[in-house]
Design a protein around this ligand. Structure first.
Ligand SMILES: Cc1cc2nc3c(=O)[nH]c(=O)nc-3n(C[C@H](O)[C@H](O)[C@H](O)COP(=O)(O)OP(=O)(O)OC[C@H]3O[C@@H](n4cnc5c(N)ncnc54)[C@H](O)[C@@H]3O)c2cc1C
Length: 378
């Protein structure tokens, strides 16, 4: 098959790896507008379950990834003077650039072509291929070009967020809430290698607007946030990588494909970063599409099967991610809670974890919470 993949992010690269590994005769070209050493952002997160999947589908790239990632077990919730730790949440963090380089090397070693620094202005130019894959991220041009056929549904969420790096090491997935000059700020942070952590700051529009971020340079935003999170950053700076304030885009598509064009990863669907699943979902989309292409004799039938199987899973994830994003949009409403109750509510925000599930993960935390509730009610 001749396959054109627009976008050399995790979804496009992993699809190329799986297909080439299964049949070296596939002619696969990945078109990537950036160079091999460019990337935005810092680190990404995977759960244990995702890592096991990656090992099963391609042990070579998994081995390289496993050498590079940082592991942690806990979620830490910081509010005021308190840090509440909830155990039993195993995750791995990895530098995005390193992950892309590992996947690129593996795809090229298997014979896929990657054309870096190649922007595809119109996917119609590739329509003579057997399959055209729009793996071109949240602002997908493929999705825009075929709006009529794919019928996207995009909503711009009200909160503002910005993605920084820092040398301060957060050894747990740390969610920090700070009130500062009348605003409420949340930071999502985690280490992704031995030296660096990702530090995403999110706030509601009122906070953002009152702080005057609209008229600040990147350096001024960093300086302001270094004051907000002074006690958390331990004197380390916030480091930029083309960091800018943006709004989260919630992407859905009524149709996932038409004729020989299919969307994958963030182009197809987004899940709020507070449940840390964007890269996981992108890679798992590639696995699902790969399997459908193995099982069906024609591209059309494979794309139909891909949608039929994968869509219910994505709908469920997007629902959980939606609950989580709404919680963060209303974080201000929970700030009056004591740290333990606040942490308890935060852990259950996506409605995927309930009281008993939390007890299994961390019985000590639940025992503390229950004891505090008994004290309050007696
Ligand atoms: C603030 C923030 C924090 C996040 N945190 C996490 C996290 O903790 N864990 C996690 O798993 N995920 C996280 N994500 C999400 C994750 O980065 C994405 O979900 C994931 O990278 C999606 O992969 P993708 O392959 O679909 O698209 P992308 O990684 O976006 O890749 C798309 C690629 O297409 C290229 N491209 C676009 N248009 C064209 C064109 N016309 N021609 C050629 N090339 C083109 C782009 O340059 C890019 O390389 C986060 C995202 C954000 C914004």
């Amino acid at each position: 098959m001749k396959i054109g993949i627009i976008g050399g992010g995790p979804s496009g690269l992993y699809l190329a790896i799986l297909l080439k590994k299964q049949d070296a005769r596939h002619e696969i070209t990945i078109y990537e507008r950036n160079g091999p050493n460019d990337t935005f952002g810092w680190g990404v997160v995977f759960s244990d379950k995702t890592l096991r999947k990656l090992r099963d589908y391609d042990a070579e790239s998994y081995d390289s990834i496993a050498k590079a990632f940082a592991l942690w077990e806990n979620v830490a919730i910081v509010k005021g003077e308190d840090t509440i730790t909830i155990r039993g949440n195993r995750f791995a963090g990895l530098q995005r650039l390193e992950m892309l380089q590992i996947l690129s090397r593996r795809a090229e070693a298997l014979g896929a072509k990657i054309q870096f620094n190649t922007f595809i202005p119109d996917p119609e130019a590739l329509r003579d291929h057997d399959l055209v894959v729009g793996a071109d991220g949240v602002n997908s041009l493929v999705r825009q070009r075929y709006t009529e056929q794919l019928k996207p549904d995009i909503s711009t969420r009200p909160n503002k967020y910005i993605w920084w790096g820092t040398r301060q090491l957060f050894h747990a997935l740390t969610l920090t809430f700070r009130e500062f000059e009348g605003g409420v700020f949340a930071a999502h942070s985690y280490k992704f290698n031995r030296d660096m952590s990702t530090f995403i700051v999110e706030c509601d529009y009122e906070t953002w607007s009152a702080a005057g971020f609209e008229n600040m340079t990147e350096a001024q935003s960093a300086a302001y946030l270094e004051r907000v999170f002074a006690r958390d950053l331990g004197g380390n700076n916030l480091l930029s990588n083309k960091s800018q304030w943006i709004n989260f885009l919630l992407v859905k598509n009524r149709n996932w494909y038409f004729e020989n064009v299919v969307l994958l990863g963030d182009a197809l669907h987004t899940a709020h970063f507070s449940i840390g699943s964007g890269t996981k979902l992108a890679l798992e989309d590639s696995i699902a599409l790969f399997e459908a292409l193995q099982e069906q004799p024609s591209v059309g039938a494979a794309l139909e099967l891909f949608t039929e199987r994968r869509k219910p899973q994505i709908d469920e994830y997007q629902q959980a991610a939606y609950e989580s994003l709404v919680w963060f949009e209303h974080a201000r409403d929970y700030m009056h809670l004591d740290p333990l109750s606040f942490a308890y509510k935060l852990m259950m925000r996506s409605k995927r974890i309930d009281h008993e599930n939390l007890r299994k993960r961390d019985p000590e935390f639940i025992a503390r919470y229950e004891a505090a509730q008994t004290t309050v009610s007696s």
